[in-house]
Design a protein around this ligand. Sequence first.
Ligand code: SF4
Length: 364
Amino acid sequence: MPQGVRGRYWHMLGDGRIQCDLCPRLCKLNEGQRGLCFVRARSGDEIVLTTYGRSSGFCVDPIEKKPLNHFLPGTAALSFGTAGCNLTCKFCQNWDISKATAFDRLQEVASPVAIVAAAARSGSHSIAYTYNDPVIFLEYAVDVAAAARAAGVKNVAVTAGYISDVAREEFFRDMDAANVDLKAFTDGFYRSLCSAHLAPVLETLEYLKRETSVWLEITTLLIPGRNDSDLEVATLSEWVVDRLGPDVPLHFSAFHPDWKMQSTPMTPAATLKRAREIAEKAGLRYVYTGNIHDEAGQSTYCHDCGACLIGRDGYRITAWNLDASGRCSACGFALPGVFEAGPGVWGPRRAQVRISSVDGDATP
Ligand code: SF4
């Protein structure tokens, strides 16, 4: 019988199966079966999370790597994930973690308190729930997030936003920022490459913008021939302007051949730059390129006077022209986002961190 911490968001069906209601897949499980995400399983008359308290490892990353460009720029984020995923993206760039089924990668035992202490020790301003989708380890993520908030450490969710409406409130309750993957703007893409649907992701984006104070940025990985047409980029951008507003930063990042799409070429830099132009023309004010070298496309400019507010070279901040309240030093225009009086000093470094709970058991 699978072991784990009692999960939330499920109910018993009339035919004896248990339905998981955490994500739109609504897996229906008989005794001993696991959901598509692999980490949630039926154990007796309940669903358990089998990965509570165990991580695939911890790294201190620049917050820009999440990517978040308008949330505490230059600061460090203690980043971790677990195993499994509730999407099956054939282009997954973290497949060694998200597709892990044997838990052989889950080396670290880490209680919420130990993680928050490590964040403070490492000088991290935030904890990032990333590498695989934190939706599937909700019970663990929300416990860590609550402990972090109590200690004054911020929380950042990096997610595909594939979560049921009943679970959204709890999942995002203690999050301060989120980067949501909007993988494409057609249901056909979601169906054929991720075995999922577009609509729940759009609902999550609208929920975040309308019903929470979570700082929101969006990432779209542009894959040659799959989601990179001018029409699709324009339609996606227009939807963001119309439904979320022009101030939500949008990141277009480059695909690298990976997982089950080894024969698809890497996204040309020109595609990303063209997408940025299209999105800006649609009305978005803060559009970025990612996974390529493009200082102009990764810096932040004042929407009012055009001054460079935050210069970036990769994950390094090269210019800072905001005053202490996050306004343009030249014209006083307020840059949307969450800023401190100056930039952080973490830079582009990536540092591995070991966090082992003293008693070797992180379950509540
Ligand atoms: S969270 Fe996992 S078990 Fe639950 S519905 Fe989604 S894929 Fe299935």
